[in-house]
Design a binder for this molecule. Structure first.
Ligand code: NAG
Ligand code: NAG
Ligand code: NAG
Ligand code: NAG
Ligand code: NAG
Ligand code: NAG
Length: 602
């Protein structure tokens, strides 16, 4: 074992002005919250031997430079459009300052944590350590408690405040799990809306009706959505993707959601027989499994893989299963408390030299349950993916402007900032300005589905690309509308939308109807993947981060949704309108129009 001595470490020379920097250095509060979010209550102090996997984010001093690259390479009117960055380039642009690495190493070493016990991200911007609660409490001058969730009975080890030696404050962005209570949920809601009358799973209606692109589509698509329906509705029936042009679609799974291969094959037989017998690549991250027992099949994972891979077949698919997430079971013998799993997924994908050009995720939680600093860093990771040329889609959430803990008509939404005032509750990562967020529609003609998550971030300001569209929407609101309930200058979402109800999914051998913006995100992503396919076929670059394109010209090739609203927090929510709105964004894809547009771009 390496002897832990401040003076024996080689970098001390570089810090001559602070020979023993942590001795006598005052701890100062780094981050604190007013209390746990609604639903959580504090129980006993956490056992001292309980293991925590702490992730330490080191500042990325060149992030603004990275962001500048992102805007340039994603803007179709910029000369650098499509000049996406390599892994080496983004690693260099997200690396911490060498002095930061030195001083943090020294701090860790002073607590007995030598280099070989540290896990570092590809850009060295995250350090992960595994420590018992007792040591974490000493390092962070805090006390960890077990918190229980009233409704689910789940437990979690957290604190409401932590401190760091003052000298470290500018060298550490955040350390979690400390104050983070997020429980990322899958945005699928078959069961949530169980009191709604359910149509038959596979519709028997015959004949045709007019779809959003003006073409005739099967009338059955109005009550049961299949692969064929989506291709008809979104105008891609005549398009075949390639298996061999290098295009790939990635889908993510978390929270023990497993994609069942038998269900997938049964689905293919029913909804896309040409895909029958095909498979996808499975990638396990942080111990993520893909348990093939029928009983372990997940509706969310089945939905994502069946519709995502089914729509884009024969494009090769990748399913990422990321393990490790709260809540944990404190009664288990060797439980380890971790963060939400996005940061593990990001660590993994950002360490890969090659990535799928299109990735969809259908998981999220209330923005306010994710500490601002953490949300900022995870969102920065999404910017890196964009700079690398990946189109990243997230579902917008299933609770309108609210948080879904009660009937949307009567629910009251509380802020968790100590003021406990009524507020709309935006979702994260849907609210991150570097992702494309997908809301939900229903029926033909399409209207906004009532649960479509939408609104305005309280963390991220409105990015320039949506300035015009969102100002136009806000100008249409009657003066004083929902004043104080939302942040009008926040990043507004969703950006786009797609069908979100009556999806015919095979689950444990049965076809069941599934609803949620979990349906919308893989659907929209599939059409984006087809656009990437078309561009790769003619030697163009993939589309990368979509929003600068969508808000400058892409919106003209979407079907504008102008009816419906997304109630919540005791209000009727926002209305879908002509142009962009915080219920359906710019609307649903018209593939042929989009294809013509993206093939006309450099
Ligand atoms: C589709 O279904 C909705 C809801 O049942 C109905 O209002 C609408 O008229 C139907 N569309 C067509 C074209 O029949
Ligand atoms: C797409 O594939 C189908 C089935 O193989 C074929 O019949 C059709 O002609 C193809 N369409 C185009 C545009 O290549
Ligand atoms: C599909 O791929 C998964 C993971 O790569 C593998 O476990 C499974 O056996 C494959 N299924 C078939 C039918 O080939
Ligand atoms: C797979 O899931 C089943 C059903 O939930 C469970 O009994 C089994 O232990 C799991 N297998 C593994 C390897 O986790
Ligand atoms: C917030 O206010 C509501 C109603 O005024 C109350 O029911 C709730 O307990 C309060 N929550 C906290 C954390 O004070
Ligand atoms: C939505 O539309 C209804 C009907 O036109 C109107 O009464 C309501 O004020 C609108 N709500 C918002 C938030 O614009």
């Amino acid at each position: 074992m390496r002897l832990i001595s401040l003076f024996g470490l080689p970098f001390v020379a570089a810090l001559a002005s602070a020979a023993v920097p942590f001795k006598g250095c005052q701890h100062k509060v780094k981050e604190s919250i007013h209390g746990p979010p609604r639903g959580w209550s504090r129980h006993s102090p956490a056992p001292k031997h309980h293991m925590l996997e702490l992730k330490i984010a080191l500042p990325q001093p060149k992030f603004q430079e990275l962001e500048q690259h992102l805007w340039e390479v994603s803007d179709p009117s910029h000369p650098r459009y499509g000049a996406h960055l390599s892994k080496e380039e983004t690693d260099a642009l997200t690396a911490p300052h060498p002095e930061t690495l030195d001083i943090v190493n020294e701090w860790l070493a002073s607590h007995g944590l030598a280099e070989e016990s540290l896990i570092r991200s590809s850009a060295n911007d995250w350090v992960t350590i595994r420590v018992p609660v007792g040591l974490a409490e000493e390092m962070l001058d805090t006390t960890y408690y077990i918190y229980k969730h009233a409704k689910s009975g789940e437990s979690i080890v957290r604190t409401t405040s932590y401190s760091l030696p003052e000298i470290l404050h500018n060298h550490v962005d955040l350390i979690q799990p400390t104050t983070m209570f997020a429980r990322f949920k899958a945005f699928k809601s078959t069961l949530h809306w169980g009191n709604q009358a359910q149509p038959p799973v596979l519709s028997t209606s015959t004949g045709t009706i007019t779809g959003p692109a003006g073409n005739q589509v099967d009338a059955s698509c109005n009550s049961s959505v299949t692969i064929s329906c989506l291709k008809q509705l979104y105008n891609s029936v005549a398009y075949n993707t390639s298996a061999t042009n290098g295009n790939k679609l990635g889908l993510t799974g978390y929270l023990g959601q497993y994609a069942n291969n038998m269900d997938l094959q049964q689905f293919y037989q029913l909804e896309n027989p040409s895909a029958y017998g095909s498979n996808y690549t499975f990638v396990s991250i942080n111990g993520g499994l893909n348990n093939q027992t029928y009983a372990a099949a997940g509706i969310e994972a089945n939905l994502d893989t069946q519709f995502g891979f089914g729509l884009t077949w024969p494009t090769p698919g990748t399913f990422y299963s990321t393990g490790g997430e709260p809540p944990f079971n404190p009664d288990m013998l060797t439980p380890t408390d971790t963060n939400e799993p996005y940061s593990y997924w990001l660590d993994y994908v950002l360490s890969q030299p090659m990535l799928p050009q299109t990735i969809s995720t259908s998981y999220g939680d209330d923005e306010q349950t994710v500490p601002f600093t953490y949300a900022t860093r995870v969102c920065a990771g999404m910017a890196v993916l964009g700079a690398r040329g990946v189109s990243v889609m997230f579902s917008s959430g299933d609770f309108g402007v609210g948080d879904g803990d009660a009937n949307p008509a009567t629910q009251i939404c509380y802020s968790n900032d100590g003021l406990n005032v009524t507020k709309f509750l935006p979702d994260f990562p849907a609210s991150c300005p570097y992702v494309t967020t997908v809301g939900g529609t229903v029926n033909i003609p399409e209207t906004a589905v009532f649960f479509s998550g939408g609104g305005f971030s309280n963390y991220f300001v409105r990015p320039a690309y949506q300035e015009v569209a969102v100002s136009e929407y806000l100008a249409k609101l009657a003066p004083g509308t929902y004043e104080g309930l939302y942040t009008p200058y926040g990043r507004a979402y969703p950006d786009v939308s797609a069908q979100a109800m009556h999806f015919a999914v095979v689950y444990q051998g049965q076809t069941i109807p599934v609803a949620g913006t979990s349906c919308s995100s893989p659907t929209f992503a599939s059409f984006v993947s087809m656009l990437n396919d078309a561009r790769l076929n003619v030697g163009k670059t993939p589309l990368g981060f979509l929003n600068p394109f969508l808000y400058s010209s892409g919106y003209t090739a979407l079907n504008d949704i102008t009816a419906g609203n997304n109630p919540g927090c005791g209000t009727q929510g926002f209305n879908a309108t002509t142009g962009w709105d915080p219920v359906t964004g710019f609307g649903t894809p018209d593939f042929e129009k989009l294809k013509a547009l993206v093939l006309s771009m450099p």
